[in-house]
Design a protein around this ligand. Structure first.
Ligand SMILES: N[C@@H](CCC(=O)N[C@@H](CS)C(=O)NCC(=O)O)C(=O)O
Length: 223
């Protein structure tokens, strides 16, 4: 099994965490999908990472779908709850986390344009999505250790990867903190979230899923 991934990718990180949680051995191949020499077009018509290549050659892409695929092919230990209601609850966390991540990406690209082209309205629209999504995630988690039920599920991987990515971005690019969240930081958005994320980040699977910033020419992508 091979995972084609980008070093700072929050999308790749949730797949790496799932692979570690399930004890699936894999080889990592690093790529930068924004650069000319990327290999993504060869494996994924949507030209994005992460991409998982199974031992029989099957190619799987889109991080949330890769999680589903892993669950079907490697059901134990389960990262999806048993009951339909719990699976629906898990899906709601995925919707919120993916929506927040989408808003982060849109802000990132808006800021990659020349400063005189930045749209304040566009930035604040997406700040509202980030804050609203995180507040709702916090309200739904409501102080519990796991997002759904009493064990780790895809919901925690989805939420953990987006909140962990905010920490990572702010640590690596402190100037992004205010544009992303309008000040205050995500921990101020709900009192339970900080402890919840600390619990996830202490797991061996999260610790092993390290990230590293690489130099990416975003201006070259949108220019
Ligand atoms: N919805 C996709 C998003 C993946 C994504 O945006 N990956 C970035 C790398 S972190 C990428 O490959 N971007 C290149 C592009 O969108 O053209 C997923 O969850 O896998």
């Amino acid at each position: 099994m091979k995972l084609i991934n980008a070093k700072p990718s929050p999308f790749g990180r949730k797949v790496v965490i799932a692979l570690h949680e399930k004890g699936i051995p894999f080889e990592m191949q690093w790529d930068i999908p924004w650069h000319e020499d990327t290999c993504v077009g060869h494996w994924n018509p949507l030209q994005q990472l992460p991409i998982l290549i199974a031992d029989d050659g099957e190619t799987v892409y889109e991080s949330s779908y890769i999680l589903e695929w892993l669950e079907v092919r490697f059901p134990s230990p389960a990262l999806v709850p048993q009951t339909a209601d719990a699976r629906l609850a898990m899906g709601r966390f995925r919707v919120l986390a993916v929506g927040v991540m989408d808003a982060i990406v849109r802000i990132n690209f808006e800021l990659a344009r020349p400063a005189q082209q930045h749209s304040g309205k566009w930035l604040s629209r997406h700040q509202r999505k980030i804050s609203g999504g995180i507040q709702e995630i916090g309200r739904l988690i409501d102080g519990r250790q796991f997002a759904v039920g009493d064990s780790l599920s895809h919901a925690d991987l989805e939420v953990g990867s987006v909140l962990g990515h905010l920490d990572f971005l702010i640590q690596e690019i402190p100037a992004l903190a205010a544009p992303l969240l309008g000040g205050g930081g995500w921990r101020s958005l709900h009192p339970c979230l900080s402890q919840y994320v600390a619990g996830l980040e202490a797991r061996p699977s999260f610790c092993k899923a390290t990230r590293e910033m690489v130099k990416i020419d975003f201006q070259g992508v949108v220019g």
